[in-house]
Design a protein around this ligand. Structure first.
Ligand code: NAD
Length: 342
Protein backbone atom coordinates (compact mmCIF):
# COMPACT_ATOMS: atom_id res chain seq x y z
CA UNK A 1 0.00 0.00 0.00
CA UNK A 2 1.79 3.10 -1.23
CA UNK A 3 -1.03 5.66 -1.42
CA UNK A 4 -3.57 5.89 1.35
CA UNK A 5 -6.38 8.25 2.32
CA UNK A 6 -6.68 9.08 6.01
CA UNK A 7 -10.01 10.71 6.77
CA UNK A 8 -10.09 12.92 9.86
CA UNK A 9 -6.29 13.13 9.67
CA UNK A 10 -6.30 16.66 11.09
CA UNK A 11 -8.03 15.51 14.29
CA UNK A 12 -6.54 13.94 17.41
CA UNK A 13 -6.09 10.22 16.63
CA UNK A 14 -6.01 10.64 12.85
CA UNK A 15 -3.12 13.15 12.97
CA UNK A 16 -1.19 10.92 15.35
CA UNK A 17 -1.65 8.09 12.82
CA UNK A 18 -0.40 10.34 9.97
CA UNK A 19 2.74 11.21 12.00
CA UNK A 20 3.23 7.53 12.82
CA UNK A 21 3.05 6.45 9.16
CA UNK A 22 5.31 9.29 7.96
CA UNK A 23 7.92 8.43 10.59
CA UNK A 24 7.83 4.65 10.19
CA UNK A 25 6.88 3.86 6.59
CA UNK A 26 8.92 6.09 4.28
CA UNK A 27 7.45 4.73 1.04
CA UNK A 28 3.83 5.67 1.87
CA UNK A 29 2.07 8.82 0.64
CA UNK A 30 -0.98 10.11 2.48
CA UNK A 31 -3.97 12.16 1.40
CA UNK A 32 -5.73 13.57 4.44
CA UNK A 33 -9.43 14.19 3.81
CA UNK A 34 -10.70 16.44 6.59
CA UNK A 35 -13.51 18.98 6.85
CA UNK A 36 -11.60 20.96 9.49
CA UNK A 37 -14.52 21.18 11.90
CA UNK A 38 -13.90 22.76 15.33
CA UNK A 39 -11.99 19.51 16.13
CA UNK A 40 -9.73 19.56 13.07
CA UNK A 41 -6.59 21.64 13.02
CA UNK A 42 -4.07 22.21 10.21
CA UNK A 43 -1.43 22.75 12.88
CA UNK A 44 -1.66 19.03 13.75
CA UNK A 45 0.03 18.30 10.41
CA UNK A 46 2.62 21.09 10.58
CA UNK A 47 6.17 20.09 9.73
CA UNK A 48 5.22 16.96 7.77
CA UNK A 49 6.84 16.62 4.32
CA UNK A 50 4.65 18.21 1.62
CA UNK A 51 5.66 15.56 -0.93
CA UNK A 52 4.24 12.83 1.29
CA UNK A 53 1.23 14.40 3.03
CA UNK A 54 -1.47 16.35 1.20
CA UNK A 55 -4.47 17.88 2.97
CA UNK A 56 -7.76 17.98 1.06
CA UNK A 57 -10.30 20.07 2.95
CA UNK A 58 -13.65 18.41 2.34
CA UNK A 59 -16.51 16.37 3.70
CA UNK A 60 -16.53 12.55 3.84
CA UNK A 61 -20.23 12.75 2.93
CA UNK A 62 -19.45 14.58 -0.35
CA UNK A 63 -19.95 11.68 -2.78
CA UNK A 64 -18.42 13.43 -5.80
CA UNK A 65 -15.21 14.39 -3.97
CA UNK A 66 -14.93 11.00 -2.27
CA UNK A 67 -15.37 9.18 -5.60
CA UNK A 68 -12.58 11.23 -7.18
CA UNK A 69 -10.15 10.60 -4.32
CA UNK A 70 -10.94 6.91 -3.72
CA UNK A 71 -10.55 6.08 -7.43
CA UNK A 72 -6.82 6.84 -7.19
CA UNK A 73 -5.88 5.26 -3.88
CA UNK A 74 -4.83 1.88 -2.48
CA UNK A 75 -6.64 2.14 0.85
CA UNK A 76 -8.86 4.29 3.03
CA UNK A 77 -8.41 4.52 6.80
CA UNK A 78 -11.53 6.18 8.13
CA UNK A 79 -11.06 8.22 11.33
CA UNK A 80 -13.27 11.23 10.52
CA UNK A 81 -16.19 11.54 12.91
CA UNK A 82 -18.04 13.75 15.27
CA UNK A 83 -16.45 12.31 18.39
CA UNK A 84 -17.67 13.99 21.57
CA UNK A 85 -20.45 12.35 23.59
CA UNK A 86 -21.45 15.57 25.35
CA UNK A 87 -21.94 17.38 22.02
CA UNK A 88 -24.10 14.52 20.76
CA UNK A 89 -26.45 15.02 23.71
CA UNK A 90 -26.88 18.70 22.78
CA UNK A 91 -27.32 18.17 19.00
CA UNK A 92 -27.19 14.67 17.47
CA UNK A 93 -27.66 15.77 13.85
CA UNK A 94 -23.99 16.19 12.76
CA UNK A 95 -23.29 12.78 14.32
CA UNK A 96 -25.89 11.13 12.10
CA UNK A 97 -24.67 13.00 9.02
CA UNK A 98 -20.92 12.50 9.39
CA UNK A 99 -20.71 9.19 11.23
CA UNK A 100 -23.43 7.32 9.34
CA UNK A 101 -23.86 9.05 5.94
CA UNK A 102 -20.12 9.81 5.76
CA UNK A 103 -19.24 6.14 6.31
CA UNK A 104 -21.88 5.05 3.79
CA UNK A 105 -20.37 7.43 1.20
CA UNK A 106 -16.84 6.08 1.73
CA UNK A 107 -17.75 2.38 1.61
CA UNK A 108 -19.81 2.88 -1.53
CA UNK A 109 -16.76 4.39 -3.27
CA UNK A 110 -14.44 1.65 -1.91
CA UNK A 111 -16.79 -1.05 -3.16
CA UNK A 112 -17.02 0.60 -6.61
CA UNK A 113 -13.22 0.69 -7.06
CA UNK A 114 -12.33 -2.45 -5.03
CA UNK A 115 -10.30 -0.34 -2.59
CA UNK A 116 -9.16 -1.68 0.81
CA UNK A 117 -11.05 0.00 3.68
CA UNK A 118 -10.27 0.13 7.38
CA UNK A 119 -12.94 1.39 9.75
CA UNK A 120 -11.98 3.07 13.02
CA UNK A 121 -14.49 2.59 15.78
CA UNK A 122 -14.85 2.67 19.52
CA UNK A 123 -15.53 0.26 22.39
CA UNK A 124 -18.52 2.48 23.24
CA UNK A 125 -20.62 0.59 20.66
CA UNK A 126 -20.80 -2.26 23.21
CA UNK A 127 -22.44 -0.09 25.89
CA UNK A 128 -20.97 -0.44 29.35
CA UNK A 129 -19.94 -3.11 31.85
CA UNK A 130 -20.66 -3.29 35.56
CA UNK A 131 -17.91 -2.06 37.87
CA UNK A 132 -15.66 -4.92 38.97
CA UNK A 133 -16.82 -4.46 42.58
CA UNK A 134 -20.42 -5.05 41.42
CA UNK A 135 -19.56 -8.34 39.68
CA UNK A 136 -20.05 -11.63 41.55
CA UNK A 137 -16.67 -12.70 43.04
CA UNK A 138 -15.31 -9.32 41.89
CA UNK A 139 -15.36 -10.40 38.28
CA UNK A 140 -13.55 -13.71 38.58
CA UNK A 141 -14.95 -16.37 36.28
CA UNK A 142 -17.41 -14.06 34.54
CA UNK A 143 -16.91 -12.44 31.19
CA UNK A 144 -15.98 -8.97 32.27
CA UNK A 145 -14.41 -7.41 29.18
CA UNK A 146 -15.58 -6.58 25.68
CA UNK A 147 -14.66 -9.13 23.00
CA UNK A 148 -15.22 -8.98 19.22
CA UNK A 149 -18.40 -11.02 19.82
CA UNK A 150 -19.91 -8.70 22.45
CA UNK A 151 -23.42 -7.55 21.57
CA UNK A 152 -23.92 -3.96 20.37
CA UNK A 153 -25.65 -1.90 23.10
CA UNK A 154 -24.73 1.77 22.51
CA UNK A 155 -25.92 4.33 25.07
CA UNK A 156 -25.54 7.79 23.47
CA UNK A 157 -26.24 9.45 20.11
CA UNK A 158 -22.44 9.36 19.53
CA UNK A 159 -21.97 5.67 20.27
CA UNK A 160 -25.14 4.66 18.43
CA UNK A 161 -24.00 6.55 15.32
CA UNK A 162 -20.64 4.75 15.49
CA UNK A 163 -22.46 1.42 16.02
CA UNK A 164 -24.59 2.15 12.96
CA UNK A 165 -21.48 2.79 10.87
CA UNK A 166 -19.85 -0.46 12.06
CA UNK A 167 -22.98 -2.39 11.05
CA UNK A 168 -22.97 -0.79 7.59
CA UNK A 169 -19.37 -1.94 7.11
CA UNK A 170 -20.18 -5.47 8.30
CA UNK A 171 -23.13 -5.64 5.87
CA UNK A 172 -21.06 -4.27 2.96
CA UNK A 173 -18.47 -7.01 3.62
CA UNK A 174 -21.11 -9.73 3.62
CA UNK A 175 -23.32 -8.47 0.78
CA UNK A 176 -20.79 -6.84 -1.55
CA UNK A 177 -17.45 -8.37 -0.58
CA UNK A 178 -16.08 -4.99 0.60
CA UNK A 179 -12.37 -5.51 1.44
CA UNK A 180 -12.73 -4.18 4.96
CA UNK A 181 -11.57 -4.58 8.52
CA UNK A 182 -12.92 -2.87 11.65
CA UNK A 183 -11.17 -1.93 14.88
CA UNK A 184 -12.84 -0.88 18.11
CA UNK A 185 -10.43 0.91 20.42
CA UNK A 186 -10.71 2.06 24.01
CA UNK A 187 -10.12 5.65 25.25
CA UNK A 188 -7.03 7.28 23.76
CA UNK A 189 -4.72 9.84 25.35
CA UNK A 190 -1.73 11.74 24.02
CA UNK A 191 -0.82 14.93 22.13
CA UNK A 192 -3.20 16.88 19.81
CA UNK A 193 -6.39 15.86 21.67
CA UNK A 194 -9.04 18.57 21.70
CA UNK A 195 -9.32 20.32 25.08
CA UNK A 196 -13.02 19.46 25.39
CA UNK A 197 -11.97 15.86 26.21
CA UNK A 198 -11.42 14.63 29.77
CA UNK A 199 -7.62 14.47 30.15
CA UNK A 200 -6.68 17.63 28.16
CA UNK A 201 -9.52 19.56 29.78
CA UNK A 202 -8.18 18.85 33.26
CA UNK A 203 -4.55 19.58 32.30
CA UNK A 204 -5.41 22.87 30.59
CA UNK A 205 -7.72 23.85 33.47
CA UNK A 206 -4.80 23.55 35.87
CA UNK A 207 -2.49 25.42 33.47
CA UNK A 208 -5.15 28.19 33.22
CA UNK A 209 -5.72 28.48 36.98
CA UNK A 210 -9.22 26.91 36.75
CA UNK A 211 -10.23 24.13 39.15
CA UNK A 212 -10.61 20.76 37.36
CA UNK A 213 -14.13 19.33 37.10
CA UNK A 214 -15.17 15.74 37.80
CA UNK A 215 -18.48 14.34 36.53
CA UNK A 216 -20.59 12.71 39.28
CA UNK A 217 -18.78 10.35 41.65
CA UNK A 218 -15.86 9.83 39.25
CA UNK A 219 -16.17 6.06 39.66
CA UNK A 220 -16.66 5.57 35.89
CA UNK A 221 -13.85 3.42 34.50
CA UNK A 222 -12.14 4.00 31.15
CA UNK A 223 -9.55 1.65 29.62
CA UNK A 224 -6.78 4.09 28.62
CA UNK A 225 -4.41 3.50 25.69
CA UNK A 226 -1.71 5.80 24.34
CA UNK A 227 -2.62 6.96 20.85
CA UNK A 228 0.73 5.72 19.44
CA UNK A 229 -0.17 2.17 20.47
CA UNK A 230 -3.50 2.64 18.67
CA UNK A 231 -1.69 3.82 15.51
CA UNK A 232 0.66 0.79 15.50
CA UNK A 233 -2.31 -1.53 15.86
CA UNK A 234 -4.23 0.11 13.00
CA UNK A 235 -1.23 -0.10 10.66
CA UNK A 236 -0.84 -3.81 11.51
CA UNK A 237 -4.53 -4.54 10.90
CA UNK A 238 -4.50 -2.59 7.64
CA UNK A 239 -1.56 -4.62 6.35
CA UNK A 240 -1.98 -8.03 8.00
CA UNK A 241 -5.56 -8.19 9.30
CA UNK A 242 -7.97 -10.75 7.90
CA UNK A 243 -10.62 -9.18 5.65
CA UNK A 244 -14.07 -9.06 7.20
CA UNK A 245 -12.72 -9.29 10.76
CA UNK A 246 -13.18 -7.04 13.76
CA UNK A 247 -10.22 -6.43 16.10
CA UNK A 248 -10.46 -4.89 19.56
CA UNK A 249 -7.59 -2.59 20.56
CA UNK A 250 -6.84 -2.05 24.24
CA UNK A 251 -3.81 -1.97 26.53
CA UNK A 252 -5.24 -3.15 29.91
CA UNK A 253 -5.33 0.45 31.11
CA UNK A 254 -8.46 0.46 33.31
CA UNK A 255 -8.65 3.44 35.66
CA UNK A 256 -11.55 5.36 37.13
CA UNK A 257 -11.89 9.06 36.29
CA UNK A 258 -11.27 10.14 39.90
CA UNK A 259 -7.93 8.29 39.97
CA UNK A 260 -6.88 9.81 36.63
CA UNK A 261 -7.77 13.32 37.83
CA UNK A 262 -5.89 12.82 41.11
CA UNK A 263 -2.84 11.59 39.16
CA UNK A 264 -2.94 14.68 36.92
CA UNK A 265 -3.20 16.97 39.94
CA UNK A 266 -0.34 15.28 41.79
CA UNK A 267 1.90 15.13 38.70
CA UNK A 268 1.26 18.86 38.18
CA UNK A 269 2.24 19.66 41.77
CA UNK A 270 -1.31 20.32 43.07
CA UNK A 271 -3.15 18.84 46.07
CA UNK A 272 -4.98 15.67 44.93
CA UNK A 273 -8.37 17.05 46.08
CA UNK A 274 -8.14 20.46 44.36
CA UNK A 275 -11.12 19.87 42.05
CA UNK A 276 -14.93 20.32 41.95
CA UNK A 277 -17.60 17.67 41.50
CA UNK A 278 -20.07 18.68 38.76
CA UNK A 279 -23.31 17.31 37.32
CA UNK A 280 -22.90 13.86 35.75
CA UNK A 281 -23.37 13.19 32.02
CA UNK A 282 -26.85 11.73 31.38
CA UNK A 283 -26.60 8.02 30.52
CA UNK A 284 -22.89 8.06 31.51
CA UNK A 285 -21.40 4.61 30.78
CA UNK A 286 -20.00 2.99 33.93
CA UNK A 287 -17.09 0.91 32.74
CA UNK A 288 -15.29 -0.01 29.52
CA UNK A 289 -12.71 -2.80 29.34
CA UNK A 290 -11.18 -4.38 26.25
CA UNK A 291 -10.04 -7.96 25.74
CA UNK A 292 -7.43 -7.55 22.97
CA UNK A 293 -6.34 -11.23 22.90
CA UNK A 294 -7.25 -11.63 19.22
CA UNK A 295 -5.05 -8.72 18.12
CA UNK A 296 -2.18 -9.92 20.32
CA UNK A 297 -2.29 -13.60 19.34
CA UNK A 298 -3.23 -13.34 15.65
CA UNK A 299 -1.20 -10.27 14.70
CA UNK A 300 1.46 -10.20 17.45
CA UNK A 301 0.63 -6.66 18.65
CA UNK A 302 1.75 -5.51 22.12
CA UNK A 303 1.33 -2.05 23.65
CA UNK A 304 4.58 -0.10 24.15
CA UNK A 305 3.16 2.52 26.54
CA UNK A 306 2.51 0.28 29.54
CA UNK A 307 3.38 2.87 32.21
CA UNK A 308 0.32 5.16 32.37
CA UNK A 309 1.93 7.67 34.75
CA UNK A 310 4.83 8.12 32.33
CA UNK A 311 2.56 8.50 29.26
CA UNK A 312 0.42 10.94 31.23
CA UNK A 313 3.48 12.99 32.19
CA UNK A 314 4.51 13.21 28.52
CA UNK A 315 0.97 14.41 27.70
CA UNK A 316 1.06 17.00 30.51
CA UNK A 317 4.43 18.19 29.17
CA UNK A 318 3.04 18.45 25.63
CA UNK A 319 0.10 20.68 26.69
CA UNK A 320 2.44 22.74 28.87
CA UNK A 321 4.82 23.30 25.95
CA UNK A 322 2.07 23.90 23.34
CA UNK A 323 -0.07 26.57 25.00
CA UNK A 324 -0.37 28.32 21.60
CA UNK A 325 -2.10 25.23 20.24
CA UNK A 326 -4.98 25.40 22.76
CA UNK A 327 -5.16 28.70 24.64
CA UNK A 328 -7.38 30.59 22.12
CA UNK A 329 -10.13 28.00 22.49
CA UNK A 330 -10.05 27.53 26.25
CA UNK A 331 -12.54 30.24 27.19
CA UNK A 332 -15.19 29.11 24.68
CA UNK A 333 -14.85 25.43 25.66
CA UNK A 334 -15.29 26.18 29.36
CA UNK A 335 -18.22 28.57 28.64
CA UNK A 336 -19.99 25.76 26.80
CA UNK A 337 -19.52 23.38 29.75
CA UNK A 338 -20.59 26.07 32.23
CA UNK A 339 -23.87 26.57 30.34
CA UNK A 340 -24.54 22.90 31.02
CA UNK A 341 -23.56 23.09 34.69
CA UNK A 342 -20.38 21.11 34.04
N1 NAD B 1 -10.94 9.68 21.19
C1 NAD B 1 -10.98 8.40 21.55
O1 NAD B 1 -10.61 8.06 22.68
C2 NAD B 1 -11.46 7.35 20.60
C3 NAD B 1 -11.44 6.00 20.99
C4 NAD B 1 -11.81 5.02 20.07
C5 NAD B 1 -12.20 5.37 18.80
N2 NAD B 1 -12.24 6.68 18.44
C6 NAD B 1 -12.61 7.01 17.06
O2 NAD B 1 -11.45 7.53 16.42
C7 NAD B 1 -11.83 8.49 15.43
C8 NAD B 1 -11.11 9.80 15.66
O3 NAD B 1 -11.44 10.29 16.95
P1 NAD B 1 -10.74 11.61 17.53
O4 NAD B 1 -10.85 11.56 18.99
O5 NAD B 1 -9.43 11.77 16.88
O6 NAD B 1 -11.74 12.73 16.96
P2 NAD B 1 -11.52 14.28 16.73
O7 NAD B 1 -12.85 14.90 17.03
O8 NAD B 1 -10.31 14.78 17.45
O9 NAD B 1 -11.20 14.41 15.17
C9 NAD B 1 -12.17 14.19 14.19
C10 NAD B 1 -11.65 14.72 12.87
O10 NAD B 1 -12.62 14.45 11.86
C11 NAD B 1 -12.84 15.62 11.09
N3 NAD B 1 -14.21 15.58 10.57
C12 NAD B 1 -15.37 15.68 11.27
N4 NAD B 1 -16.43 15.61 10.44
C13 NAD B 1 -15.94 15.45 9.19
C14 NAD B 1 -16.53 15.30 7.92
N5 NAD B 1 -17.86 15.30 7.75
N6 NAD B 1 -15.72 15.13 6.83
C15 NAD B 1 -14.37 15.13 6.97
N7 NAD B 1 -13.75 15.30 8.16
C16 NAD B 1 -14.53 15.44 9.27
C17 NAD B 1 -12.61 16.78 12.04
O11 NAD B 1 -12.32 17.98 11.37
C18 NAD B 1 -11.44 16.25 12.87
O12 NAD B 1 -10.22 16.57 12.24
C19 NAD B 1 -13.36 8.61 15.50
O13 NAD B 1 -13.91 7.79 14.51
C20 NAD B 1 -13.68 8.07 16.90
O14 NAD B 1 -14.98 7.51 16.93
C21 NAD B 1 -11.89 7.69 19.30
Amino acid sequence: MKNIIVTGGAGFIGSNFVHYVVNNHPDVKITVLDKLTYAGNRANLAGLPADRVKLVVGDVADAELVDKLVKNTDAVVHYAAESHNDNSLIDPSPFIQTNIIGTYTLIEACRKYGVRYHHISTDEVFGDLPLREDLPGHGEGVREKFTPDSPYKPSSPYSSSKASSDLLVRAWVRSFGLKATISNCSNNYGPYQHIEKFIPRQITNILSGIRPKLYGSGKNVRDWIHTNDHSRAVWLILNEGKLGETYLIGADGEKDNKTVLEMILKQMGQPADAYDHVKDRPGHDMRYAIDSTKLRTELGWQPEFTDFAKGLQATIDWYTEHEDWWKDEKKAVEAKYAKNGQ
